[in-house]
Design a protein around this ligand. Sequence first.
Ligand code: THU
Length: 130
Amino acid sequence: MTLLDAARAVRENAYVPYSNFKVGAALRDASGAVFTGCNVENVAYPEGTCAEAGAIAAMCAAGAREIAELVVVADSPMPVTPCGGCRQKIAEFAGPDVVVTMATMDGEARTMRVADLLPGAFGAAHMDRS
Ligand code: THU
């Protein structure tokens, strides 16, 4: 199964009563293991938890810490891009050259490097004097 197939499959489990916008994400870690996530909304915070954050949480819960590749998919008119918060979360666990693929359900896809998704990212080096 490709990462795109895994993202499309987990997207079906999205819990989206407020937006009705299902998103699926799948990542491969440095060891080759695949982790998936879907968006999960709630009444108090209708934006809920993004699919990418879910996949990252699953990776961390398994003890892994390094994203090698990530795919996100939604039924959107153009490839869905990770929100700002997710860009920071992805940058926490992925090097600048890691490729993020953004896809639609009808097969359109676009890829971007992590460094291009979050230029000028805040990082641990900024705290070197602290
Ligand atoms: N969403 C994601 O899961 N990932 C993205 O990259 C963009 C947005 C979700 C959050 C919320 O459940 C819904 O899409 C609308 O914002």
